[in-house]
Design a protein around this ligand. Sequence first.
Ligand code: ATP
Ligand code: MG
Length: 158
Amino acid sequence: DIVDFNKFFNRIIDRFEMSKSKNVEFQRHISETPCYVELDTDKITQVIDNIISNALKYSPDGGYIRFGVTAQEGILKVMISDDGMGIPKENVERIFDRFYRVDRARARSMGGTGLGLAISREMIHAHGGKIWAESEEGHGTTIFFTLPYELDEAGEWD
Ligand code: ATP
Ligand code: MG
């Protein structure tokens, strides 16, 4: 499907904002200008759902989740940032591995299988994009992913 990514992303965020049970503030840095991307909407919805669920799960009450999108030279870059417990430096790369969870005590109390980000990575790669994380233990985590989009000759949106 070809969708305006900004609208598509906002709708997913709306769904979480309406149903969230935690007191977490959502901050959006998403342009009003349409940004057309070809993607499998079911799969990318699953990716974003998992990233937002994680951000909510690992955020404290009173925290925030920040959402951003930038588009440059045929690459759309999405970021979802939280100010939660974070991930120790030596483990950041491994969160995209199957069944990997940062620590078992944390995993037990939080539920889940540890597959969410491994599946997300496969889906982003299948779309020609990349996904990575930056995190500081005790301060928060940011997940980034990219998706390519088509520019016409003038470098304008199609
Ligand atoms: P599932 O998504 O299958 O329900 P999960 O959320 O534990 O389970 P992933 O989404 O793959 O699995 O995440 C892997 C691990 O990475 C998590 O168990 C958690 O330890 C860590 N993690 C992911 N996102 C965050 C985040 N925003 N803040 C802190 N830790 C995180
Ligand atoms: Mg998850």
